[in-house]
Design a protein around this ligand. Structure first.
Ligand SMILES: Cc1ncc(COP(=O)(O)O)c(C=O)c1O
Length: 389
């Protein structure tokens, strides 16, 4: 545990919370979750489960009906054939990822993580005593993979590779061509691909989601597909995620691990998840349409602020502005040294909360979530613009 870092953003987060408690009018872009409420029919299914006393243990890997519905979803949306027994339902996609690392990584195994990356990947690899190996993405090509660099980072110890498309924090979406190249490399080097598809539904500009597991039966055999309902169905607090994999040994190991750690995810949440799986995708698409309006506005306005530049995100619900040109500049006697000072200055002086990029492996970016209202986005951007001027 000594290798696992405390969240570097915690101090800023604590300060933001204190400012709100003190009655300061803060605009928050920090949320890693949709601001929408869980759709009504899903909430009612959870309430009904409680009223009907569906409050006992379930099989530790989840209700058979839920696993079956998830297998059907993977077939319908992703063209993937899994049996319900190959699906494990966990307490959020984060928990699914944790199970994979704990069950699949031995001490010293190297895990490729494309950078910028979601902060928990690196720490979960550390917790499993694996070694995170970062591969920088090329921002000038919309955070594309530099395959020469990737090949250089692969060693005999490379055990797994995380593919997160659409990505948190960049909003980047890998093309079919990129995924095909990745699959070729993974198969050639016998690397397990952990495909985190949690933002699958949050796609814009006509982009379509492709699961790397769907590229070939060989690739499916070397992939663990991770997904969940948090981001698609605005169900972050219900804690339902899942993993599906062909590798029977890995599935069995995760099943054992979960059965001796958390047991099943909360039973009423699983019933709500059953309802979510049966809910028309239009409900999800309505939220995505609203996200898209905010995305377009935010992206345009950020790029119009001198000193900031931002790659257009095609997925997720974040923009990831680069402020390299502002490093070393002084505002009101305070020097912008990196993303932590930038975050602190924006918080203290402009009353805007963002997430410093260092949490995602880049000290010259910050992350802004558009899981907040259009009015807030406008207000927050005005403040950032005025402050940086
Ligand atoms: C890239 C990514 N993967 C996984 C998760 C975990 O989602 P949850 O555990 O809420 O299902 C998150 C949440 O922020 C995320 O951003």
């Amino acid at each position: 545990m000594k290798k696992v870092q405390a969240s570097i953003t915690l101090a800023i987060d604590a300060k933001a919370k204190q400012m709100i408690a003190d009655g300061i009018d803060l605009v928050g872009f920090g949320a890693g979750e949709p601001d929408f409420n869980t759709p009504e029919n899903i909430k009612q299914a959870g309430i009904k489960a409680i009223n009907e006393n569906k409050t006992h243990y379930t099989p530790s890997s989840g209700l058979p009906d839920l696993r079956k519905l998830i297998a059907e979803k993977l077939k319908r949306d992703n063209g993937l054939d899994y049996k319900p027994g190959q699906v494990i339902v966990s307490c959020g996609a984060k928990h699914s990822l944790y199970n994979i690392f704990m069950a699949g990584i031995n001490p010293g195994d190297e895990v490729i993580i494309f950078s910028p990356y979601w902060v928990s990947y690196a720490e979960m690899v550390n917790m499993s005593q694996g070694v995170p190996v970062f591969v920088e993405l090329d921002e000038s090509r919309k955070f594309e993979i530099d395959f020469d660099l990737l090949k250089k980072k692969i060693t005999k110890k490379t055990k797994a590779m995380i593919v997160n498309s659409p990505s948190n924090p960049t909003g980047g979406v890998f093309s079919r061509e990129t995924l095909e190249k990745l699959a070729e490399i993974a198969l050639k080097n016998n690397i397990l691909v952990i495909s985190d598809e949690i933002y699958e539904k949050n796609l814009y500009n006509g982009k379509k989601h492709i699961s790397i597991a769907s590229l070939s039966p060989e690739m499916k055999a070397k992939t663990a597909v991770v997904n969940g309902l948090s981001k698609s169905h605005a169900m972050t607090g219900w804690r339902i995620g899942y993993v599906a994999a062909d590798d029977a040994e890995l599935v069995k190991a995760m099943d054992n691990l979960q059965s001796h750690s958390t047991s099943n995810p909360a039973t009423p949440s699983q019933w709500a998840a059953i309802e979510a799986c049966k809910t028309d995708d239009k409900v999800v698409q309505a939220m995505v349409a609203e996200f898209d309006k905010r995305r377009q506005y935010l992206f345009k306005r950020v790029n119009a602020i001198p000193g900031l530049s931002c790659v257009e995100p095609d997925g997720a619900f974040y923009v990831f502005p680069n402020f390299k040109k502002l490093i070393g500049k002084i505002i009101n006697g305070k020097k912008i040294e990196g993303s932590l000072t930038m975050a602190d200055m924006l918080l203290t002086d402009a009353k805007v909360a963002i997430v410093p990029g260092i949490a995602f492996g880049s000290d010259m970016h910050f992350r802004m979530s558009y899981g907040t209202s259009m009015a807030n986005i406008e207000k927050g951007l005005n403040r950032i613009q005025d402050y940086l001027k």
